[in-house]
Structure formats: structure tokens, C-alpha cells
Design a protein around this ligand. Sequence first.
Ligand SMILES: [Zn+2]
Length: 295
Amino acid sequence: MRYWLLSLVLMISAISCAGPSASVEPSVLPSPTLVPPTQSVALPTPTPKQSLPSPTPQFHERRLLGYSPEGRPIVAHRFGWGEVKLVLLGDIHGGTEENTYRLMSEIVAYYQKNPDQVSPQVTLWVISTINPDGLAHETRFNSRGVDLNRNANTDHDACPENDWSPDIFDSEEYLPGGGGEYPFSEVETRILRDFLVDAQVVISYHSQAGLVVAGGCGEGPSRQLAHLLAEATGYSEAHSIGYPVTGSIVDYLAFRGVAAVDVELINKVDTELERNLKGIRAVMESLAEIVSHEH
Ligand SMILES: [Zn+2]
């Protein structure tokens, strides 16, 4: 055994000492397949970068605009995203015009069910109530005793009779102090003023006179809007509500070039949804005429 081992060791040593010149053939490695330089290598064509989905706004959005003095939310519903900002304003006179609040709620439900009825040119906004405290307390005024439709700054247009005044009239009485301490003294009217800064068409709903009344003091987009709405809804067009109105929101807007009108429902119960939908449809169909005026 020992001899066998020794001879094995000697044999291995002999092979090692023989070196590379020994009879062992160098193994032939397969040569790498080289691509001739003239041959273009077909690289995988880059697939066009997949565009990430852009954040598309929802068709219907419920937006919180702020809170009333008693902490009630003031909410606007948006439908669509067209160029023209059309705003329907409900219930500025709170509890005594509660049917306009219901009308706005019915209009919101209608456009939720019928999104195809919103013109692609329009961003439609609906404020069901700008006076939630008055609505809760069943009064025309806000919680500070101010008539919110007598609190806007209407001092700069051509008709002094609509200028803001602290002392006001409503359909029934003379109310010293009902216009607020100064124009836009109320949080609700400031929310409204700021929200409407880029509005082009505004329809403010009231009850009950069965009328359409243009904002401002003369011809212009508001008067044109009033003609159109009177024709489509069947309400009469009037130049005045029949008593002095100071600091009203549509007069403020008309001076700023907005097409702005008051619509008065016929009574204090019914919402008169169908005829008002007709009116809104007519406005959407005639936007080009209404908003072509310079702002
Ligand atoms: Zn009213």
C-alpha cells in the first residue's frame, strides 16, 4: 500500500514537471460569434412611453365654500368643466323662500341623473342655499339680522337708487339696519362675492312674484339674459320688483359685466322644476350671445 501511494505521488510530479510543452493538446475553445461591424444590430424598438392617466376631475363635485356665522356649511355643486361659469344661486332669503332651496336640490339631482344635459361649454354650479342659518331659523335674514340680498356693494353703477344702504325695504316693510353695517359686512355675502369673481352668468332664485328681473341699470348681458329666461320659462319680465332694492347681488354682478338676473317663482310652495329646467337649457343653448359682451 505504501509503495503504491509513493509511486502515484512520483507519477503526478513527473506530469507536473513536464510543463505546457508536453503532449497535452491545448483545448480548442469555441470562438465567440462576432457580429461584423457593417451589420446593424436590431435593437428592440422603444415602445412609446405610456402616458400616465391625467387626473381627470369628476363630472360632479360637491365643494365646501365656507361656513355661515352659526357654523353651517355653504356648499356648491359643480357639473362639467366647460369654459363658461354658469351659477344658479338658491335661497338667499332663507326660510321664507325655502322652495328655492328645494328647487336647487331638485336641479342637482336632475343633472346627477342626466349629465348629458350639461352643455360641454359650461361649468354649471348650483348653490342650494347661501343662507343656511336663515333657512334653519325659518327667516329671511341671516343669524345677524341682515338681509343678504341688501348687503352687496352697488354704489358704482349708473343708477344711484340701487346704492347700498344700511336701511332697507323688503316686500313688506322698511327695516332700518337690515342692509348690514357696510357693504359685504356678512360672511355669506363675502363667500358669494369671492366665489362669483369669475362667473359669467348668474341666476338668483327667489319667491314669490313670478317674474324675471335683470340686474343692473340698463341694457347689457343681464337684460338679454332676462329676455331669454322669460321667454323660455313663461315668467313675466319686469324692470323692477315694485319696491326699492338696494345692495342686491345681481345689481353688483351686472355692474361687473356678469349676465345676472333674479328669477321669482310664482308661489312659496312649488319648485316649478320643469319650467326652470327649460330656462337653464335655453341659457346653455344661447351662451355665445349672452357672454359675447366685453367684461
Ligand atoms: Zn328673495
